[in-house]
Every structure is written in C-alpha cells, then in structure tokens.
Design a protein. Sequence first.
Length: 159
Amino acid sequence: MTSLRATSLALLGALWGCPAEPPAQRTPPILEAPAPAAPKPKPAPTRAPDDGVQALLQAHRAQRSGVWMEVEGEVERTLSDDNEGDRHQRFIIRVGELTVLVAHNIDLAERAPVKAGARLRVRGRYEYNDRGGVLHWTHRDPRGKQQGGFIQVGDRKVR
C-alpha cells in the first residue's frame, strides 16, 4: 500500500506541477547570472593640439583687433629691430595660410632666440592689418594687471 500511495502522490504531484521528491530531499536549481559585460573602453579622443590657426583666421577675416591668442607657427624671416620708442624685435611667422608680424618688446623682455625655419609658439595680442596682422604684447605685463604673453622656442620660454 505504501508503494501505491507513493505512486499516487507522484502522479498527483506531476499533474499539479509539484516534484515527486519531498521538499527536504530536493536540491534547488543552481541559477547562474550571466557575468556582467565588461565596459568597453572608450577610445581616447584624437585631437591635434590647438595651434591657433582657426582663431587667427577668424580674427583676420573679421578684421578684428585687440584679440588675445596663442598660435604656433614657423619663422619665415627675421627683420631688423624697431628702435623708435620702445625697442621691438621683429620677425615674420607663418600660421596656416597667413603671415603675421611679431613685434616683441625687448625693453620689457629678453630677445627671443628665433631664426628662419624655427618652430615656435607665441601668445600675444593680435591687431589686424591687410598684410596678415601683428602679434604684440608677447611679454609679461609690467603692471601685473593682465596675463601678458610669451614666445616659446623649444623648451625656452621668453616673457
């Protein structure tokens, strides 16, 4: 009778969706959650360092003056110093499609070590003219009221 009873319980359990084993003897199913997907690394943004070409072109096209900017270029040629009033070292640099005169005040800063073909970075105040413009204020502000500018050739920065 015991085996008939066990068989009957198993049949009834199967019909109702219950397992034939008593609860103490059942082993719970092992559920494995899928491993979380490792986040895909975002590629580093590929952006060329800002060489100031766009800022210079925009100021030139708009005929704007008094614009502070930092540009990178190549010295096309050096000129003689301007010795009238404050003395200025002068040279022409090419930045993109424009050539710009750099007028560096050598009464406030040391002479920049430039020669034709040198790559350099210049921070100064741009003044428009129809020949490409002028960058000046390439030195520290002697009154300390504004950041001022610089000329950097290689590792050497002149303020």
